[in-house]
Design a protein. Structure first.
Length: 77
């Protein structure tokens, strides 16, 4: 099994968000739980460019898809 190419702090940096552990935890706490019917990229807290990035990465099953899935799970917990 291959290691993921990107990690959660790298995803937060890619999205233009603070990427230290405390900031990531604060983001998850403040935006959880995401409604079961809401797709991650359609959550109201993303900017249009952040939403587009998340949508594209999942649709293309790109390098970022695994860590985007991880964020999705964390926001629903």
């Amino acid at each position: 099994m291959e290691s993921p190419i990107h990690n959660l702090p790298a995803l937060f940096k890619q999205l233009g968000l603070p990427a230290d552990q405390a900031s990531i935890e604060r983001f998850i706490r403040s935006h959880s739980p995401l409604a079961p019917t809401c797709k991650l990229a359609e959550a109201p807290f993303w900017s249009p460019s952040q939403a587009a990035f998340l949508r594209e990465e999942i649709l293309e099953d790109a390098d970022w898809a695994e860590v985007v899935d991880q964020l999705n799970v964390m926001l629903r917990g």
